[in-house]
Design a protein around this ligand. Sequence first.
Ligand code: BMA
Length: 368
Amino acid sequence: MFPKLTGILSLCLVACSSVQPGLTDSQIERTAEADSLISRLEQLAANNRIAFGHQDDVVYGHTWSPGTASGARSDVKDVCGSLPLVIGFDLGHIEIGDSLNLDGVAFSDIRREAIHHFQEGGIITMSWHPRNPLTGGTAWDNSDSTVVGEALAKNMLDSWHKRIAEFFLSLKTPDGTLVPVIFRPWHEMTGSWFWWGKELCTAEEYIQLYRSTFNAMHHEGVNNLVFAYSTGIEPADNDEFLARYPGDDIVSVVGFDYYQLGAENGISQSKVKYMSEMLRMGKLVCDVAKKHGKIAAICETGLEGVVDNQWWTKTLLPVTANLPLAYVLVWRNAHDMPEHFYAPWPGHSSQSDFITFFNNPKTVFLND
Ligand code: BMA
């Protein structure tokens, strides 16, 4: 499918092979499928539905490893009979040319499953936990606060961008249609646990970093992306949320990541805090979305080990009930860390509550 070109400026962009800072959303080149994905997300939110998402859903699960049953299994489907509508994958380590991502999933499996899920009517989102380009450490290596400035000044991300661009362009169905992807780079920038975090770079540097990724994708002809900007829960208000916002001209989804923390003081207390912060941030992103003509979402969430049998209907559902959020994605069910899972698996104690959540008219799964 050829990218849709709108506006004279877009035509110039093809010739110039770079995107200028002043572009408006309508002037960006995007495939018809990426535009349809945006409309679909808008419709979900407008109809007061919410798509359910799960990270790595089809590439491994609580009791099965990557490679063993990729594409043939899903913990979520084994519990409720349907795949999630949204499946998340992570591109961490693609930048260094590895064949497996940071959690041991083959990029060839991610490619195959992303294409397949799209063909089945599903939605794909991709995050990226790239290594630290200065120290060679992980995405969580926040030991050096010059990294973003250095990476930008020395064009250290050029080869990394080329590799992710190549991957996005390889997500093609047999008829040549590029799979649209909600791409969520440089996430949780309001905290300081990643090397691109708040205390490690200025707002200007962060915005330059995000825009360099956007520009690089367009330079490489990647037009199947819908960009998401997802903070933590640090922002106290819209201004703080938008302090590092890369711009209305390039972002389509505004969201946040937040988890219910372990129950140091008892599950009921952690639930109270989680629900109040989810409601506060949910309202905040919906308000920003409304004012900026964007789509609001909960890009990452969950309660590790789902140690509350009624978490789905008594915690997650109520915080999303009255908000126009397009989707909510829970994090991965690790196969090699028994307590590290965020969706139920067959036999898990929250299974029946999850089925009630699945049957609720608000939630949307692939089979809906
Ligand atoms: C984190 C954990 C890690 C994982 C990372 C990227 O939150 O799940 O184990 O490596 O996400 O998927």
